[in-house]
Each structure stands twice: as structure tokens, then as C-alpha cells.
Design a protein around this ligand. Structure first.
Ligand code: HPA
Length: 272
């Protein structure tokens, strides 16, 4: 694994002259921010050993390294999902590579179903904590021998989402007159949208949003000692008595929220 990370790092490092500080993962429909990266070096995933080609509509596979709001960033446009059949190691490999490139901070984004009847489609939620259900049931990127060069055997997750970026995010949201929700994100493997009984269960567990990504990437970032902040775009309300979710509405809500989401991320980057 270490050698694979190093191989990917070397391919990328050979094409850039900067050291990225902040890694960004842009989820379903949110990839356009990658186009705003200045002086970008764009590397298709196909050119990076260990990376795969995303197959989901709304995900394009490329890494853009350049400047955004004055910070040197490495933007992963498109991610690999567990439900596509990738292993948890595959899903999290790009995070390892960002870390190896020098990123000490990771901003993760995703599209998620809102579990709260008092929230609205298009709301942005800061991930205040997460429930990594696949990980808790044995689908975990850190299962297997632990390489101490990458991180500790038993990383702690309490406090993983509490850092200096939180007050910055709140401040930026306030200045932009954006209602920033905060809540617990629960990752399920998918690919089915949840049944009513599953949604009731998630709510009872204290989850506020549900999705099919992000939690493994966060775990690996924390394992690697990165500072993490995450945001879910509520693309649909996932309520037991509501209408069923569909992928088209997820992409549509992403499209509509793009400018707000982008300016929030830009505002945060400017103050990191
Ligand atoms: N459930 C799971 N994943 C999702 C949803 C949902 O309702 N919306 C966007 N991603």
C-alpha cells in the first residue's frame, strides 16, 4: 500500500511545482468548483496509478491542483463509491495520495438525504459527526495490518470534526447569509435509497443526513493526521412518509446549490 501511494504521488508530483495544502473532494454534482481552480494542473484519474475511473453520472474523474482563494489546493473531482464495487481501500486511496502530496487539511463534500422534516432541499449541513455503518459492520479501510507510517492502529474519532475550521465555516456562512445546518451524517453502503423503516431507524440513531460516501475518506484522513471539515448538500428529504428519492433530483439540487456551496468553500479557503 505504501509503495502504491508513493507511486501515485510521484506521478502527480512530477507534473506540479507547488505543494498542495488543502485537499477537496467534490461530490455528486458539485464538481464544477474544480473549474475555478487557477493555474490548474489537471490530471485525469486514468493517468494516476491506483485511481479508477468514476462511473456515476455527475462524477468526472480528474485531479486539479492549483490555487483557489489564495490556497494551494488539490481537488478530487469525482470519487469512488463502495457501492460501485470498489474496496474500502480503493475508495480511500486518493485521500492517502493527497496526504502524501502534502495536504494537511481535507474538505469533503457530498450529496445527502435530509432526515429532518424541518430542513429543506438545498440546505447545506456541516458534518458535525458521522456514523460509518459499513465500517462498523466490517467494511473498513483500516482493517488489516496497520502501517505506522500512515497512521496509528486505533485512530480516535471523538472530536474528529472539531477544529479551527468550524468557527471559520460558521463565520463565513453568516457573512454570506447562508443558513449552515449542522448534524450527523450516516453513511450506508447503498445503492438503494432507504426504506421507510431504515429511515426511521437512522433518525432514532441520531442521524440528520444519510448518504453513500465520505465516512471512509474521513476515517483515512483522520488516520493520516489530517484536519477535516465536511459538508453535505441536502439534495432530497429522506422522510419515512415522503416521496421516494431519485438520482435525478439529487443532481438537480446540486446544480441549484452550486453557487452557494462554491462561495462557502471559497470563503473558508480564504481564511485557512
Ligand atoms: N439516501 C442516500 N444517499 C443519498 C440520498 C438519500 O436519500 N440523497 C443523496 N444521497
Amino acid at each position: 500500500m505504501y509503495e502504491q501511494i508513493e507511486a501515485a504521488r510521484a506521478v502527480i508530483a512530477a507534473r506540479i511545482t507547488t505543494t498542495p495544502q488543502v485537499g477537496l473532494i467534490l461530490g455528486s454534482g458539485l464538481g464544477a468548483l474544480a473549474d475555478e481552480v487557477e493555474s490548474a494542473v489537471t490530471i485525469p484519474y486514468a493517468d494516476i496509478p491506483g485511481f479508477h475511473e468514476p462511473k456515476v453520472v455527475g462524477h468526472r474523474g480528474e485531479l486539479a491542483i492549483g490555487t483557489l482563494s489564495g490556497r494551494t489546493v488539490a481537488v478530487l473531482r469525482g470519487r469512488f463509491h463502495f457501492y460501485e464495487g470498489y474496496s474500502m481501500q480503493d475508495v480511500t486511496f486518493p485521500v492517502r495520495v493527497l496526504r502524501a502530496l502534502g495536504c494537511d487539511t481535507l474538505i469533503v463534500t457530498n450529496a445527502a438525504g435530509g432526515l429532518r422534516a424541518d430542513w429543506q432541499i438545498g440546505d447545506i449541513m456541516r458534518i458535525a459527526d458521522q456514523i460509518f455503518l459499513p465500517g462498523m459492520t466490517g467494511h473498513h479501510p483500516l482493517i488489516g495490518p496497520n502501517d505506522e507510517r500512515l497512521g496509528p492502529r486505533f485512530p480516535a474519532m471523538v472530536g474528529a470534526f472539531e477544529n479551527e475550521l468550524v468557527p471559520i465555516a460558521r463565520e463565513v456562512a453568516m457573512e454570506q447569509q447562508l443558513t449552515l445546518r449542522e448534524g450527523v451524517y450516516c453513511m450506508l453502503s447503498g445503492p438503494h435509497f432507504e426504506s421507510a423503516a431504515e429511515l426511521r431507524m437512522l433518525r432514532q440513531w441520531g442521524a440528520d443526513a444519510v448518504g453513500m460516501s465520505t465516512a471512509p475518506e474521513v476515517i483515512v484522513a483522520v488516520h493520516g493526521g489530517m484536519r477535516v471539515i465536511g459538508f453535505s448538500l441536502i439534495t432530497n428529504l429522506a422522510l419515512p412518509d415522503g416521496s421516494p428519492a431519485n438520482h435525478a433530483e439529487v443532481l438537480e439540487a446540486g446544480e441549484a446549490a452550486k453557487p452557494r456551496f462554491a462561495s462557502l468553500l471559497r470563503g473558508i479557503l480564504a481564511r485557512i
